[in-house]
Design a protein around this ligand. Structure first.
Ligand code: CUA
Length: 157
């Protein structure tokens, strides 16, 4: 007697899941291209690696593409928290993400961007933000006492 009910619930769940994925892709116009990362020379200190020596946003002259080097660390994003990550709309933005301490998350709220920052590893993924706007970035891996305060911001200009 209950089978139909459960089937319905399961169906609802699946539809919800698909809707979430589609919503994320449509709303932000985000395309993720991933898995081009790799191991860092010195896991204890990513800033010894040339990529992460000076974390920040680096765009080419016509701003059609940018590289963003981000350290996720207890308990902030660098850049992202103290100053926003500012990127141009329509630009092909390649993020390079790592952590100098423990596992963190890098979730761009309202999009399908949700990547782990793994100590000693560089996670590389590309995102195009079609429209101007602001996005919150949150850490979604428990990383210690300040986990719930670990937030950042992306400004698409
Ligand atoms: Cu960083 Cu939770």
């Amino acid at each position: 007697r209950y089978e139909k009910g459960w089937l319905f619930v399961a169906l609802l769940f699946i539809v919800g899941l698909v809707a979430t994925v589609v919503y994320g892709a449509v709303v932000a116009g985000v395309d993720m291209v991933g898995d081009r990362g790799g191991a860092l020379a010195n896991p204890q200190d990513p800033t010894e690696s040339p990529d992460f020596r000076d974390p920040g946003v680096y765009c080419n002259d016509d701003r059609s593409s940018c590289d963003v080097y981000v350290l996720a660390r207890r308990f902030f994003f660098q850049p992202g928290t103290a100053q926003p990550i500012r990127v141009p709309a329509g630009s092909n933005v390649t993020f390079h993400l790592t952590s100098p301490d423990v596992l963190h998350g890098f979730e761009v709220v309202g999009t399908n961007v949700n990547v782990m920052a793994v100590p000693g590893q560089s996670a590389v993924f590309s995102v195009t933000f079609d429209d101007t706007g602001e996005y919150d970035v949150v850490c979604n891996e428990y990383c210690g006492s300040g986990h719930h305060t670990m937030e950042g911001r992306i400004e698409v200009v």
